[in-house]
Design a protein around this ligand. Structure first.
Ligand SMILES: Cc1cc2nc3c(=O)[nH]c(=O)nc-3n(C[C@H](O)[C@H](O)[C@H](O)COP(=O)(O)OP(=O)(O)OC[C@H]3O[C@@H](n4cnc5c(N)ncnc54)[C@H](O)[C@@H]3O)c2cc1C
Length: 461
């Protein structure tokens, strides 16, 4: 008997509504439409056929077991804050929404470990760890809205990763449900351990294409005793970038170094009524933490003298928060100006200023508006193309500018994506970075985990 597509869909929905609780399954175009797209600005032609709101790992297993048997694609989803189209779910797909699995299962302050479900909001885990004098170090700027599962699946970076590393550095072990519904546990609760291949690292950053994360064992860190914040203005963005490279060369290890260009400052001023743009063509927000925070901040200020138009330092948390507001508001301020296409290249830290100059030249060459901010101590730049709000699709000039930005990143020894992932938006350039042999090997790895390509097909690879 040949199973028709329509018959397949009906069979899946029948099986899911039979085996899941009533409130776990949503169908119908209106109810499922909000799950079609993430925050990347890209959108498939139509929405998913159903959304499963998993409340526990058993719901995940049930969904994958049936979807695997019937060959229906499944798109795992945390909070949908991704910026590369990774959680986009088009027609014929089932979304597996993990946001209801939001319990912190265990927090062991002496081992400095937390075990959490994937839908825990990142900032909630950090806040809870704080009650024990600890922190969850990875802090994407979306920490207040993103989930830990989404952070692991994208190997998210953050402001503090300059000193504390990216999400991968905080993940010790994972509970994962494989494509056919089989549960496995990877890694361990120990800080060290090398038994077998490192599947924890492989799942981290795999963008929902190898398995669905249902729990994570995470490393916490002690809260620093003190923090000092420096705000430095420069004449130009390139001068700011050169200054950060000079700080790195002087072996300074700030916990945060965020650099914003003049147009971004102007956009923040327009929304906040501030006057940042009049104070310089770029702003560097630097934080040093730990016992030597004040000494390191003083050293930074000394190294920056002669390069800045002005510089101020504070150890007052309220004042630091005021300074950091500009960084937090950068993306929302740009989203008010038009449709944004957010790029995410990273270059060796000595190449930061060269990348800044390349981006400026690319904007002029293609006559597109590009605003840039950077996690500068990591060499991670976010050039943001701001398109006319009424533009339908992505215009050729924007694609060409994006292509030139990626080519420049690779030429400078860098990468297409520092932290947002490949998703759908960067797939066309992937082979340029991986090369044909590695690309083919990665496709074989995908096939070993998911032979019928039901897990987030068309993403990441
Ligand atoms: C204002 C703003 C600021 C941001 N700042 C940063 C930043 O500083 N650094 C940074 O790295 N990113 C940043 N992002 C991007 C985004 O927040 C991150 O990529 C985040 O990790 C996505 O988490 P999420 O829960 O929203 O995941 P989603 O967007 O729902 O999913 C992202 C990917 O993970 C997969 N996935 C989700 N959950 C699971 C799971 N349990 N198992 C398997 N796969 C899963 C999805 O299929 C998808 O491929 C920002 C976004 C916004 C809107």
């Amino acid at each position: 008997m040949t199973v028709t597509r329509l018959g397949t869909v009906e069979a899946l929905l029948t099986a899911l509504s039979r085996d899941l609780p009533g409130d776990a399954l949503t169908t119908g175009p209106e109810a499922t439409a909000p799950y079609a797209a993430d925050r990347s600005g890209s959108r498939p032609d139509g929405g998913p056929l159903a959304v499963v709101h998993a409340a526990n790992a058993e719901h995940v297993r049930t969904t994958l077991r049936h979807a695997h048997a019937l060959r229906v694609p499944v798109v795992p989803r945390g909070a949908g804050t991704g910026l590369s189209g990774g959680a986009n779910a088009g027609p014929g797909t089932v979304v597996l929404d993990l946001s209801r699995m939001n319990r912190i299962l265990d927090l062991e302050p002496h081992d400095q470990i937390a075990v959490v479900e994937p839908g825990v909001v990142t900032a909630d885990l950090d806040r809870t760890a704080g009650e024990f004098g600890l922190r969850y170090a990875p802090d994407p700027a979306s920490a207040a809205i993103s989930t830990v599962g989404g952070n692991i699946a994208t190997n998210a970076g953050g402001l503090r990763c300059a000193k504390y590393g990216v999400t991968r550095d905080a993940v010790l072990g994972l509970d994962v449900v494989l494509a056919d519904g089989t549960p496995i546990r990877t890694g361990r609760r120990t800080v060290k351990g090398v038994t077998g291949y490192d599947l924890t690292a492989l799942f981290t950053g795999s963008e929902g294409t190898l398995g669905v994360i249902t729990a994570a064992t995470l490393r916490l860190r002690p809260l620093p005793e003190s923090t000092a914040t420096v705000a430095a203005f420069f004449g130009t963005f390139a001068e700011g970038a050169e200054a950060v490279s000079a700080l790195t060369a002087a072996r300074l290890e700030p916990s945060m170094a965020e650099l914003l260009d003049g147009p971004v400052l102007g956009a923040v001023d327009d929304t906040q009524g501030t006057d940042l743009r009049s104070r310089g063509g770029a702003l560097l927000l630097l934080q040093c933490d730990g016992r030597a925070a004040a000494t390191e901040a003083e050293l930074a200020v000394r190294l920056l003298r002669g390069r800045v138009t002005s510089v101020e330092t504070t150890s007052d948390p309220a004042e630091a928060d005021r300074l950091l507001t500009a960084r937090r508001l950068a993306l929302p301020a740009l989203e008010r100006l038009g449709r944004v296409l957010i790029e995410d290249i990273a270059v060796p830290r000595t190449q930061l200023a060269a990348a800044v100059r390349e981006i400026k030249a690319i904007a002029e060459r293609h006559d597109v508006r590009i605003f840039t901010f950077a996690h500068a101590a990591d060499g991670n730049l976010h050039p943001i193309l701001v398109l006319d709000p009424d533009t339908v699709g992505i215009p050729d000039a924007a694609w060409q500018a994006a292509g030139d930005i990626f080519a420049a990143a690779l030429r400078l020894g860098g990468t297409l994506t520092g932290e947002h992932g490949v998703g759908t938006l960067k797939r066309r350039w992937l082979a340029d970075e991986l090369g044909p042999e590695q690309h083919a090997l990665q496709q074989r790895i995908k096939a070993a985990f998911d032979p019928h390509h039901i897990l987030n097909p068309g993403k990441a690879l």
